[in-house]
Design a protein around this ligand. Sequence first.
Ligand code: C2O
Length: 537
Amino acid sequence: AALKQYQFDIQVKNVSRLCHAKPIVTVNGMFPGPTIYAREGDRVQINVTNHAQYNMSIHWHGLKQFRNGWADGPAYVTQCPIQTGQSYTYDFNVTGQRGTLWWHAHILWLRATVYGAIVIMPKPGVPYPFPQPAFEYNLVLGEWWNDDVEEVVKQGNQLGLPPKMSDAHTINGKPGPLFPCSEKYTYAIEVEQGKTYLLRIVNAALNDELFFAIAGHKLTVVEIDAVYTKPFTTDAILIAPGQTTNVLVTANQASSRYFMAARPFMDAPVTVDNKTATAILQYKGVPNTILPSLPNLPAPNDTAYALSYNAKLRSLNSPNFPANVPLNVDRHLFYTIGLGVNPCPTCQNGTKLTASLNNITFVMPQTALLQAHYFDQKGVFTTDFPDRPPTPFNYTGAPLTANLRTVQSSVPRLSKIKYNSTVELVLQDTNLLTVESHPFHLHGYNFFVVGTGIGNFDPKKDPANYNLVDPPERNTVGVPTGGWTAIRFRADNPGVWFMHCHLELHTGWGLKVAFVVEDGPGEDQTILPPPKDLPSC
Ligand code: C2O
């Protein structure tokens, strides 16, 4: 095991895309930010120094941070933000994980430009459970706004409306030639005939689930969210914000140039967004003048494709990489996902959009929840978040306007979980305002996606069809539009762990909650002491 050290300077830099130049927040002046490389077992230290005018905090998305929530990063959950002129060192061990993850700002909407990939290689001498690729490329998918993103969000909030959508999607920060002034902002990779490549794909977009495909080439999925899968071949992958997917692609087509493309999956009955980001896969020796062809991507509302794609995902579950699915459940949670409209005297229209779990819109505290928990500070939060919604109803039936006004408490309400207990959480989409797909991310854990379905979850019938053998293990799961997803995990990581929709729009409206996982009895089952340089609020 080695010590890997990085310096992240948060700095504002002028960047130009789509004929628009604007100052953006960056790490070390890079957009996207630098890739973190480590090996399983390494210790990683990243010193973040904030030179920007915004408060900052950075989340290492998918790293479990065992007993070490101090290094997790969500502002006001595990730490107070790093203020202008201050530094904080994220110090963590990479234990029992290898694969592709990513990092991003976890405050305001700053992850619009503050993000990058994390590549964790297996321990020395440990091969991948698939043929060694000739080369590896990272493809980090994102979004670009011509306007200042924080201003866009502010305007939306004032009106009580969703902020305006991004102007482009991007691949490694580049929109590709289908957008204006983007010819020179086109990412390209070179391949050699007959060789196989590993693509590490990250969806860092703020609000869009994406389909991704390469013209003429099949993709073999081998890993999701840094967990190996049973390999399967597909024309297009579906990847939600927060998720990562590793695919193998073999250069076995005519020597030419091909577009790789990403476009949203949006099956909610709202505005359809079909902006297509492209990058180029180019065979060695082929001239740049050849016009590449576009892949066939599923239509933005192709729910059937999305469901059948997700149904193909399976844990590898091999002797070396067993899937330890909890077979018995100590604690059953059932959370409804709701969007709604609340009164808002300060908003231009008198109302604002809200989002809720079990009809509760989560409010953020003034100080960090993990500190409050560790130091037993009273009054910062309560632990009475309900295990189920206040009243059962036909969740996916006609919109129930009576239920639209969600409850907002003065302090955040958390859910307390016993150490090492096994938890099953069913996330149920509702039609309170509209049905929509929601990618849910849990900090501090991977979970097993044991079941999913359309319509209302039936606790009598649906568990009989769970996959408890090789369900996909991940840290972010798409709850289908008008449907439900059941996840299981063992609460063996003490701390305060955030769970939220990874659509920034919905997180901002309150679609989030945090779990307090209690300490265990053993010496190595408690939260580690906080680092000396932990920021204060
Ligand atoms: Cu990738 Cu709490 O987020």
